[in-house]
Write a protein that binds this ligand. Sequence first.
Ligand code: UD1
Length: 419
Amino acid sequence: MEKLIVKGGNRLVGTVKTSGAKNAVLPIIAASIMGVTPSHFDEVPMLEDVRTISEVLKSLGIKVESKEKNVLDIDSTTINSYEPPCELMRNMRASFFIMGPLLARMGKARIHMPGGCAIGARPVDIHLKGFEALGVVLKQEDGFIEATTPNGLKGATIYFDFPSVGATENVMMAAALAEGVTILENAAEEPEIVALANYLNKMGAKVRGAGTDVIRIEGVKELRGADYTIIPDRIEAGTYMIAAAMTGGDVIIDNVLPEHQKPLIAKLREAGAIVEEDIDKVRVIGTGSLKGVSVKTLPYPGFPTDMQAQIMAMMVVSEGNSRVTETVFENRFMHVAELNRMGAKITTADRSANIEGPAKLVGCDVRATDLRAGAAMILAGLVAEGETRIGDLFHIDRGYEDIVEKLRNLGADIERVDV
Ligand code: UD1
């Protein structure tokens, strides 16, 4: 079994480059299914989730090849199946992104209900309602969804009950090849949705309004493959920004779009850190003492739920009381018990957490209970006394490229060991 061993106390100093965004690359890889010619991708983060979705595509007869690090070539001309094996689908919720592209390309799909991090129930009802509005007929049995399009895909106006990121992306992909115009209302506005729309448009799609809550998709007959460079991972960048603030460090985070980091930058400044913004860089200087802040997670442009665990780790060592309200997921406080094990003083009630700071953290054995919770454990370990040993690393591997090397380059004492 592998563990990360973090010895706390080092100030992080230097420059770290952000990798391509996990949450952008996964739907984009799924969208490449619809290309009648090959696609080429740069700045692809080499993550476990990327390997999983690549395996899903290969199981459909698609050629996926990575000739060098951070580069991926996908040739979907050889697609011959609409039925990926269920073990690949169960591993990762984002595998469900192939549903829209498969319906558009093959006219049907038979796939297992998705898995992924255990953060709440995470149903796919909004995706399915969207597909039905486009004319998809669904049958669910034994954990499988069988979807067919007896009359083809037809454009429709769809109002999402909640601005679900995945549903917006999945339905947008299917609508790109539907007959007529689809309007998505109360759509998610995340930068990763804009990235997907940009890739689809390079393929020949006609998507307008991505990044706002109304997206208009005029269906086209065919999509070609396209070359696309994956946007920077705002959550990975944000994690290093918090690491700099917490350790009283001075870190330049390179390959960041500061406008994607607005809510985090505001909270870091409110807590007392210095944040300098450049076109594609952010410098964070920790001033040595941080103040407690309050954060409420919301769909973009609100504070991202994917940064909630990491900012909570910062609150633990900040002066005074902090509060976190999680409105996006109903069960995303699993890191609380792990942080408390290290000496944090956090209490939760329903979807809120109160953090009494500053706590003196002491290293011990903890678990990465989900991807971002794992990042929070690393952050806590960086400032804890002694040694923090983090297990269940597969969660962290899903979303952080080269995290050990990147942190070591900044001066952290962290290593991955077999125990
Ligand atoms: C995506 C991100 C994830 C992030 C989340 C919210 C990817 C690969 N993952 O996940 O990192 O935490 O956005 O920013 O991009 N819901 C339903 N029914 C549905 C779909 C969603 O009830 O059909 C609920 C979910 O249970 C959750 C909330 O809506 O409570 C948000 O989910 P959604 O925005 O869909 O997140 P994901 O696309 O799964």
